[in-house]
Write a protein that binds this ligand. Structure first.
Ligand SMILES: Nc1nc2c(ncn2[C@@H]2O[C@H](COP(=O)(O)OP(=O)(O)O)[C@@H](O)[C@H]2O)c(=O)[nH]1
Ligand SMILES: [Mg+2]
Ligand SMILES: [Zn+2]
Length: 316
C-alpha cells in the first residue's frame, strides 16, 4: 500500500534527503529518481532545504525510502550564483520567513562585498534579511578588525534599513531574543565559514548538535565542517537552517535598472530621480546621488552598488 503526503525538505545531502511534515518533527528518508525540476529551473540543486514536496512511500515497509514526486511552487528562496561557474546557481534554502546573515567584527573578517551581495539576493527573492553581529564577547580583547569600527558598520546597515543585532553565541548574549523571534517560523542562518552559525544553533537549543568548527589559532580561519544544508527544530519553537560557509556569493543575473530597487535605501528615494529609469551614475538630478551626498545613503553601499552594476555589465 502506498502512502502519499506533502512534507518539507529538512536536510539535503546532495543525492538523498530527509523530509518532515512540519511543524511536526518526524524526519524520514527520501530520494529523487530521474529528472524532477521546477520548470524554468537552472539551478544545480533540484531541491533545497525548505522546499515543500509531494512524496510517495511504501506504507507497509517502514524505513523504506520515500520518493519525491513533485516540488511545490516556492514562496521565496535564497539563491547564489557559483563564484567560478558564472552560469550556475545554487538554491541555499527555500520558503524561509527570514534570513539571518551572521558576521563578526573579529575573525573571520567581514567581506562587505559578500554582505551586500547576500542582501541584494534576499531583496530580489523576497526574503527579509537581518544582520547578526556575532562574537561580541571578544569586545574587550583589543581592537576589532582593522578599519572595521562597530558603530560605523552598524550605521552603514541601519541607514540601509536593516536590523543589526549584537550577539554572542558563546556567552549567550542576544540569544533569548533570537529564540523568541524564531518561534513559529523557519529561518536561515547564512554567512562565511567560521562566523559562528553552528554555534548559534547550539546556543538556541543545547540539545541540538550541529558540528562546530575549531578555528585554527595559527590561520585564524574556520575550516569547513558543515557540508550539509540542514534544518534543526528549536525546542522553544521554530526551525533554523544551518548552512556550510559559502566563500563567494555571485549575483544572479539582473537588469541594470533593477539593481537599485534591491537596495532598500535607494528604493526609498529613487522616485525623486529626474530620469526613469535612472542608473544613479551619470544622470543629472539623481535623488540617490543626492542622498549619498548628504549621508542618508552610505558611500560604502553606493560603491558596492556601482561594483555590482559593473560586474553585471560583463555578463551581458
Ligand atoms: N568568542 C566567540 N567565539 C565564537 C562565537 N561563536 C562561535 N565562535 C567560535 O567560532 C568558531 C567557528 O564557529 P562555528 O559555529 O563552527 O562557525 P560556522 O562555520 O559559521 O558554523 C568556533 O571556534 C566557535 O567556538 C562567539 O560568540 N564568541
Ligand atoms: Mg557550521
Ligand atoms: Zn538616480
Amino acid at each position: 500500500m502506498e502512502r502519499k503526503g506533502t512534507a518539507t525538505v529538512v536536510k539535503s545531502a546532495g543525492t538523498h534527503y530527509l523530509l518532515s511534515e512540519l511543524p511536526v518533527w518526524n524526519p524520514f528518508r527520501a530520494e529523487i529518481r530521474g529528472k524532477l525540476r521546477l520548470e524554468t529551473q537552472t539551478e544545480t540543486n533540484p531541491v533545497a532545504v525548505g522546499d515543500l514536496v509531494e512524496y510517495a512511500a511504501d506504507a507497509g515497509n517502514f524505513g523504506s525510502v520515500a520518493l519525491i514526486s513533485k516540488i511545490l511552487p516556492r514562496r521565496n528562496c535564497v539563491i547564489r550564483k557559483s563564484a567560478n561557474l558564472s552560469y550556475e546557481s545554487h538554491v541555499i534554502a527555500a520558503n524561509v520567513d527570514a534570513a539571518y546573515l551572521v558576521v563578526t567584527l573579529y575573525y573571520p573578517e567581514i567581506k562587505p562585498e559578500f554582505v551586500d551581495r547576500f542582501l541584494v539576493s534576499c531583496e530580489a527573492y523576497g526574503v527579509p534579511a537581518i544582520i547578526l553581529l556575532n562574537k561580541n564577547d571578544l569586545i574587550d580583547e583589543g581592537p576589532a578588525q582593522l578599519g572595521t569600527d562597530r558603530e560605523a558598520f552598524e550605521s552603514i546597515y541601519r541607514r540601509a534599513g536593516y536590523r543589526v543585532e549584537e550577539l554572542s553565541a558563546i556567552e549567550g548574549r542576544g540569544i533569548a531574543k533570537l529564540r523568541r523571534e524564531i518561534r513559529g517560523r523557519v529561518v536561515l542562518l547564512s554567512g562565511i565559514s567560521g562566523v559562528g552559525k553552528s554555534s548559534i544553533v547550539k546556543a538556541l537549543d543545547p540539545k541540538l548538535e550541529p558540528k562546530v568548527n575549531e578555528i585554527s589559532s595559527y590561520y585564524r580561519q574556520g575550516k569547513h565542517t558543515t557540508s550539509m544544508y540542514e534544518m534543526y527544530p528549536v525546542s522553544t519553537g521554530g526551525f533554523v537552517i544551518d548552512t556550510p560557509g559559502v566563500r563567494g556569493f555571485g549575483l544572479v543575473n539582473f537588469k541594470p535598472e533593477e539593481l537599485s530597487t534591491y537596495f532598500p535605501e535607494m528604493l526609498e528615494v529613487m522616485d525623486g530621480c529626474r530620469f526613469k529609469p535612472c542608473t544613479h551614475t551619470h544622470e543629472p538630478d539623481c535623488a540617490v546621488k543626492a542622498a549619498v551626498g548628504d549621508g542618508r545613503i552610505s558611500v560604502e553601499r553606493y560603491n558596492s552598488y556601482l561594483g555590482m552594476l559593473d560586474e553585471g555589465s560583463k555578463y551581458r
